[in-house]
Design a protein around this ligand. Structure first.
Ligand code: ADP
Ligand code: ASP
Ligand code: MG
Length: 414
């Protein structure tokens, strides 16, 4: 007997037939004698619709009312899933975030979970009742509903798994695991049997939207064994031993260690360049201080060594949604910084190569640069860490770059 969290994403609960299918997956685990807490997303497209309505009525909306609206999608699927389970003879009830409670901080729209009281859930599970929990939502200190940011049901699931001491957190989605890159972009991508928390964290933060970044952080901190798998497999055809999927786990557990594990990309970046900035102490602080004060996240930074010891260029990236605001902040601080020109290009993509094997292998970056050069792809900026290399390129080359890197590192399915 095990205690499980089973999380189902939007496409897995997209309509009534799919919700009935979810109930069958849950029944399979209950029939095996397991205790099950289910976490559900809103039906596919529902959250987008709710967000669009809030924007239509108030472009600069009150984030607390935004949360009241967008959290409702998960309330619907939690209730429907509980009903579907009851219909096939399984004792189940739905839970909203505030009923458990799942406590969050006060950052409405992108709240972080601060605490979950697992006691009541554990008691119900031990009595044989399936708990169907609305993902993506919690209760803020102002006693109002808060949502966890887009894709936040993954985080609800992992946090609940940690709170109730679950043996495993299964993330059911529309792909049967984590692939070497997005299988919708590269059909030759291969499913990974295992991936380390660290690599998954990089993959998620560098653009693979398959799991919310925060959920991977929580899984890593609380050592939650997280298994990504498909809800589209027939519930009665899944083998009890070795089901298909990807286990996110400790690095030590990984059997087959590769140098490069995956490629991710993000179109969510915009590049800004300050030309002929005075090359003197304090300039970087003058540029990035006001951006930080405006809460704008700066990612890649490149500063050239100046040729004449008088001026230099600084290039960096910000989230595309912050591009206009960042430009305004820089224009407002132009006197303090002292530059000649701002140039910006929103049409860029960050492509990243990830793998814990990079720690011990030299030359991984050089291979990427050569491969992109051979395809005529210009690299605008580079950042590296111990286990990743990120390159900023022109957006129209995204797919070519991802496919090229995927094949250079031997990740193509032969
Ligand atoms: P859900 O609605 O179940 O939360 P998401 O749409 O959030 O599902 O995430 C699943 C999607 O993530 C897949 O359909 C796939 O296109 C995308 N994806 C991106 N990168 C990867 C990857 N490396 N491995 C698997 N899926 C990926
Ligand atoms: N329904 C929310 C969203 O679409 C949360 C989630 O699906 O994880 O972002
Ligand atoms: Mg998701």
């Amino acid at each position: 007997m095990a205690r499980l969290v089973m999380k189902f994403g939007g496409t897995s609960v997209a309509d009534i037939a799919r919700i009935r299918n979810v109930a069958q997956h849950v029944k399979r685990e209950v029939d095996h004698g397991n205790e099950v807490a289910v976490v559900v997303s809103a039906m596919a497209g529902a959250t987008n619709q709710l967000v669009a309505w809030t924007r239509e009525i108030a472009p600069y909306h009150d984030a607390r009312e935004y949360d009241a609206v967008v959290a409702s999608g998960e309330q619907v699927t939690a209730g429907l899933t509980a009903l579907a389970l009851q219909e096939i003879g399984i004792d189940a009830r739905s839970w909203q975030g505030w009923q458990i409670p799942i406590s969050t901080d006060e950052t409405h729209g992108a709240a972080r979970i601060t605490a979950i009281d697992g006691a009541v859930l554990i008691d119900r599970l031990q009595r044989g009742q399936v708990a169907v929990i609305a993902g993506f939502q919690g209760l803020a200190p102002d006693n109002r509903i808060a949502t966890l940011g887009r894709g936040g049901s993954d985080t609800s699931a992992v946090a609940i798994a940690a709170a109730i001491g679950a043996d495993r957190c299964d993330i059911y989605t529309d792909v049967d695991g984590i692939y070497t890159t997005d299988p919708r972009v590269v059909p030759k991508a291969q499913r990974l049997a295992q991936i380390s928390y660290e690599e998954m964290l990089e993959l998620a933060s560098l653009g693979a939207r398959v799991m919310q970044v925060r959920s991977v952080e929580l899984a890593m901190v609380h050592r939650v064994r997280t298994f990504v798998r498909s809800s589209f497999e027939k519930p009665d055809e899944i083998p009890a031993a070795e089901p298909r999927g990807t286990l996110i786990c400790d690095e030590d557990e990984i059997v087959e260690k590769k140098t490069v594990t995956g490629i991710a990309y993000s179109k969510d970046e915009a590049q800004l360049t300050l030309r002929r900035v005075k090359d003197k102490p304090g300039v970087a602080a003058a540029v990035f201080g006001p951006l930080a004060a405006a809460n704008i996240n700066v990612d890649m930074i490149v500063q050239n060594v100046s040729e004449d010891a008088a001026t230099t260029d600084i290039t960096f990236t910000v989230p595309i949604a912050e591009h206009d605001r960042a430009r305004k902040v820089l224009e407002d601080s132009s006197a303090a910084i002292g530059y000649e020109l701002i140039q910006s290009s929103p049409d860029v993509t960050k492509v990243s190569v990830i793998g814990i094997g990079m720690r011990s292998h030299a030359g991984v970056a050089a291979e990427a640069f050569q491969a992109l050069a051979a395809r005529g792809i210009n690299i605008r900026a580079i950042t590296t860490s111990e286990i990743k290399i990120s390159m900023l390129i022109d957006a129209p080359f995204t797919e070519l770059a991802v496919r090229t890197l995927h094949s250079v590192y031997g990740l193509d399915d032969s």
